[in-house]
Ligand binder design. Structure first.
Ligand code: OAD
Length: 233
């Protein structure tokens, strides 16, 4: 496998999806064993489901928290975090809500789809809440249900995070996409945007998908196998 010299690039951007965490044991969404194969998102991952039965939705997210806490970041997450310590500008834009990049030590992480580790009150805003069970299901100030701070089906993306991601994608000169099926918009448009901005675009995914032809290079391997040896001066 050819290696990449990080010093040849000004701004390296990693764009990650569920496949990034697969080797840690966190299930993907659409492949074999995917979350949406066992659970209907209409019942667990949209505002209507939450409005109909908030406890059921919160319990589902607690199950996900428990399974993620049992997993550890792998050598691929660590390689990304290490590069941030060695290179002047590295950004992670992730669709993942599992917090694995941060656990591996990455600091500049833009979470497009929110986080399993935050809840929000419609009146009082965001609460960080880390642990298997949520500390509380209702806001201690107003009694409203706290909803997971996650971009569910039908939700708008957080405009501030989206703006930061768009800016980072415009300014990067190396765009490395890892483990995403590229079907969920607007994130699915990022490889084209990076390419239009002049970045070299690389994909790491064991399987090809509709977006694969957009990349200058596709590496058919897993995140944990490929990332630790990808960068070398
Ligand atoms: P998907 O489950 O749609 O796709 C996972 C991708 O990872 C597939 O292309 C796999 O081939 C690839 N893959 C599997 N194992 C891998 C490995 N070890 N290394 C590298 N790649 C691997 O997940 P996403 O594209 O992330 O939204 O899905 C996008 C969004 O849809 C998610 O953020 C989620 C979901 O609904 C929310 O939950 C808000």
């Amino acid at each position: 496998m050819k290696t990449i010299r990080p010093e040849d690039y000004r701004h390296i951007l990693f764009f990650t999806g569920a496949g990034m965490s697969a080797e840690s044991g966190v299930p993907t969404y659409r492949g074999a064993g995917g979350v949406w194969r066992s659970y209907r998102w209409e019942e667990y991952a949209c505002q209507d489901a939450f409005d109909a039965d908030p406890e059921k939705v919160l319990r589902f997210h607690e199950l996900r928290r428990k399974s993620v806490l049992a997993c550890q970041p792998h050598a691929g997450h660590e390689a990304v975090a290490r590069l941030e310590g060695e290179h002047p500008q590295v950004t992670v834009v992730t669709q993942n809500i599992d917090g694995m990049h941060q656990r591996a030590g990455s600091r500049r992480v833009l979470e497009l789809h929110g986080s399993l580790w935050r809840l929000r009150c419609p009146q009082h805003g965001i609460r960080e809440d880390i642990g298997e069970a949520y500390r509380r299901y209702r806001c201690e100030d107003c009694g409203n249900w706290l909803r997971p701070d996650i971009t569910w089906f039908g939700d708008m993306l957080d405009s501030f995070v989206m703006g930061q991601a768009a800016q980072a994608i415009r300014s990067c000169d190396l765009f490395v996409s890892i483990g995403t099926s590229g079907v969920v918009w607007p994130a699915a448009g990022f490889p084209q945007a990076a390419r239009d901005g002049g970045a070299r675009c690389i994909e790491i995914n064991p399987e090809a998908n509709e977006m694969s032809s957009l990349y200058h290079e596709s590496i058919r391997g897993t995140a944990g196998e490929v990332l630790p040896g990808l960068f070398s001066s």
